[in-house]
Ligand binder design. Sequence first.
Ligand SMILES: [Zn+2]
Length: 373
Amino acid sequence: MDTLFNWHKNHHEKQLFGRYIHSDSIADLLENLPSKFEIKQLGFSVEKRPIYSVTIGTGKTKILLWSQMHGNESTTTKAVFDLFKIFQGDELLPEIQKILSSCTLCFVPILNPDGASAFTRINANKVDLNRDAQLRSQPESTLLWDLYQEFKPDYCFNLHGQRTIFGFEKTATSSVLSFLAPSADESRGVTLSRKRSMDVIAHIYKELQPYLPEQIGRYDDGFNLNCTGDTFQANGTPTLLFEAGHYPEDYDREETRRYVFMALVAGLHGICNEVTLKEEVYWSIPEHQKCFCDILFTNTASGDIKIQYLEKLTNGKIVFIPQFSENKMTSSRFGHRVIDVYGQEIKNILTENVIGKVDISQINLDNGITITL
Ligand SMILES: [Zn+2]
């Protein structure tokens, strides 16, 4: 893992940076992939953007991986292109060589290019593709289903990103990566395919734990057949949900990207080596909670005040607009940034009509607290 960590520091795909990753950002990267990659245009999104698959490897174990099913969750896409980069090296690391000789990997780097372009979770018809697995009402959902039927994967990696609100109450740490072996039915029992997913996740957890102590979490396993992972798992295909989360001070998610990359390699390696671990290792991964906000003002005259950024696409850039966080979303006890204001008055702006109207440029955090409207 150290070798991968260091490789990534120097050699990751530098053309991709930050949060706004869309079809145009990856077009020439796809075009310039060498011939050992097979690029296929699978079809089109609602707004007629092409959706591609990239296949590489010569092994018998087939793995289907898709990213940006939610358009604004781009961290895993960057990590996928980092993988493409390491696959292109002249002298492949032995673990990378092993992956390519044992597996055939089929990636869909951006499944929801319209959402990616608009920086939204949903597609152009305002449908959450990860709740459309049964209906398959959208072209993107049909396309993934058809690819799944045709490719017949032995494993699926469902690659997502999560908000900054997730963390661990017990250790007051952020959930940088989280995983789920989705349930295959209402009973949430451990089916054969679910156990295989658990094995691979447990292996990733063991490999990554030294780099991210107390920062790797497990998603709750409530069953919902409308979710793609649950559908594939119910169908008997071991499926892993990856969630790229918030690393302290890393709103561009460039640190998280590195850990996603390492987790992908660890996961693929676990599959190649057919790792089997006790189910308890999986269950020992702590379930995370919604316990963080972006900025926590403490000791104000009104008690704690929580600020959550609204991530908004403005003139081709993602801007982070601070908003007063209402409690309904998160019981946040922790802040990624904590500012003690020693009882200064900022309560007078906490009225309904100012919520969401404060601009970061108008919050002077260093020279006392002044929030102007
Ligand atoms: Zn997602």
